[in-house]
Design a protein around this ligand. Structure first.
Ligand SMILES: NC(=O)c1ccc[n+]([C@@H]2O[C@H](COP(=O)([O-])OP(=O)(O)OC[C@H]3O[C@@H](n4cnc5c(N)ncnc54)[C@H](OP(=O)(O)O)[C@@H]3O)[C@@H](O)[C@H]2O)c1
Length: 290
């Protein structure tokens, strides 16, 4: 298949690029700003036509959660209008749109893992803009698969794991919030799941589906930070704090663990435990930096 990956220099896009070198049954085309801005319909259409694109994987997004509060016009442009433009192009071409969304579409008041059908109630501009992006795709109705993920990290780009490694090397002690619960997701695992879905999907079927994907298990940001230090052999002492003493500009869901039964059952995906994936990511990162 001919596959377009948008936002290809981001975390997930970069992991897809790495994985694509081992996928000889597909032709991947990787694009990011400034060559492809997903908010420009003519550019999207011409790139899809030039490469005869059959699948669009949308990794492009405005992901600065706090900055989005003051920059909402740009967040909505990229996270709502961009997916709408990709959806219209996919429908026109009869292509599959595989779009990535977020656990931040939920308000975090649940105490059991969120299912795809649970009511959404995003708390901030980022979450609202991502939710509206999902809704645009559902209204435009190309063949689509939306995958909501959470707490993404990668050897590429800037993320919580890399920040913890840096701070852990600089400071003897660190405080991290312990009352926000979710699940870390290694972008390389999500990339593998995406490719598996593309391999197994049927060209003739019109998909209108939403799935949840994160790694297995549950953690607070404090647990996540502790695991980074333990697995990387850093002696920094990590102390738990409440979110109230670490105010952030945007509100985040206190609990955003997602139920992944649907994606596992529908596509036969095995999902690694978050700590195992973190260990593997840290090994890859160390090897890359050696
Ligand atoms: N990161 C997380 O913790 C997390 C959690 C849950 C869900 N997600 C979702 O997972 C997906 C992938 O996230 P990620 O962490 O890989 O994101 P990322 O690292 O921020 O990458 C996003 C990429 O999209 C590019 N981009 C921004 N505006 C664009 C536009 N108008 N046209 C084309 N490209 C544009 C960015 O370029 P610039 O860097 O130049 O802006 C960047 O290269 C996103 O949909 C995100 O919402 C992420």
């Amino acid at each position: 298949m001919n596959i377009l990956v948008t936002g290809s220099r981001g975390q997930l896009g970069s992991d897809l690029l790495e994985l694509s070198a081992r996928c000889h049954n597909h032709r991947f085309f990787f694009y990011d700003l400034p060559d492809l801005d997903i908010t420009l319909p003519d550019r999207v259409a011409s790139i899809c036509s030039d490469h005869d694109i059959e699948v669009i994987i949308n990794c492009a997004a405005y992901t600065a959660v706090d900055k989005a509060e003051a920059d909402s016009a740009m967040a909505f442009k990229v996270n709502r209008d961009g997916p709408a433009i990709l959806a219209a192009c996919a429908r026109e071409r009869n292509a599959l749109l595989l779009h990535i969304s977020t656990d931040y579409v939920f308000d975090g008041t649940s105490s059991i893992p969120y299912r795809e059908s649970d009511p959404t109630a995003p708390l901030g501009v980022y979450g609202i803009s991502k939710w509206e992006g999902e809704e645009c795709i559902r209204r435009i109705k190309p063949s689509y698969i939306i995958i909501r993920t959470s707490w993404l990290y990668s050897i590429y780009g800037v993320n919580f794991v890399k920040t913890m490694l840096r701070l852990g090397a600089e400071r003897p002690e660190l405080t991290v919030v312990a009352d926000q619960i979710g699940t870390p997701t290694w972008a390389a695992d999500l990339a593998a799941a995406i490719v598996l879905i593309i391999d197994r999907h049927e060209r003739e079927v019109h998909y209108e589906a939403t799935f949840h994907y994160s790694n297995e298990g549950v953690a607070s940001w404090y647990d996540f930070a502790r695991a980074v230090m333990d697995l990387a052999g850093i002696s920094c002492n990590v102390l738990p704090i409440e979110s109230a003493v670490y105010p952030q500009i945007a509100s985040r869901p206190q609990y955003s663990v997602m139920n992944k039964s649907a994606i596992k059952k529908e596509w036969g995906i095995d999902i690694p435990y978050w700590r195992d994936s973190l260990a593997e990511m840290l090994q890859r990162l160390a090897a890359r930096e050696a």
